[in-house]
Write a protein that binds this ligand. Sequence first.
Ligand code: SF4
Length: 266
Amino acid sequence: MLKTKRMSIVPTFVCTLRCKMCSNHMPEFKNPPVASVEDMKKDIDHLFELFDKIEWLQFVGGEIFTHKHLDEVFEYCKKYSDRFDRLIIESNSTIMPTEKEMESLLSYGSKLKVMISDYGELSKAKDEFVAIMEENNIEYVLKKYHGDVADQHFGGWIDNTACKDLLEPDDYVTKQSALCAQVRLENMHVFKGKLHRCSNSLFLSELGVCVPNKNDFVDLNDDKSIEEKREIIKTFYDYPRKSCHYCTWKSGDSAERYSAAIQEGK
Ligand code: SF4
């Protein structure tokens, strides 16, 4: 049986903000790619061919609600509703979902959980979003990312924007990457047929600054058998991958923290 705790589907790299320390490197994408509804449906079918169980099926961007057609994808996920426990939405609350997207989300009831990043005055849609969640008894988490750094969610952001091999000793990378939150949560990320073990591996690879090694990701569309792909996935967290050498998250507890969402040009 193949299971994972988290599976993040990335609908779009388009974001409404340009944060200097974006951990997903979104401002670095000059032409941010977008997955079509058909791309995502195909990925979802492939994922549920491979995985028997996914605890949290997540949608993470960019800002996912720039996509505008996610209602079709949320509805499609219902085909597999007995195979995942929660539908999780991550938003920076700068814009609202479309009416159809909101209607589809609310139809998930207690299975839905919304993670709202509150960037203070940048998060213009936060109050409206929160009010709808409360009216409909939907579980939500408001992550405070404004005001004093010490009071921000997880003590603020980590600067993960070096985008180069940090040339740390292999034994340090091995030890620290095993402790990384993305590893502990088995937070796999998928975009247009590429399944990676974490967000940093996906985004650095899409940016072209870190070419992943063989078996650092699975191409959901290639002609390997389901069993071959499963075997690769089973080893995802056994040892550090190329992206771990580029990543400051592995030093999470000791890494310096910064105020979140400072906009480029400010
Ligand atoms: S690249 Fe490695 S250390 Fe960084 S988030 Fe991914 S698994 Fe963790």
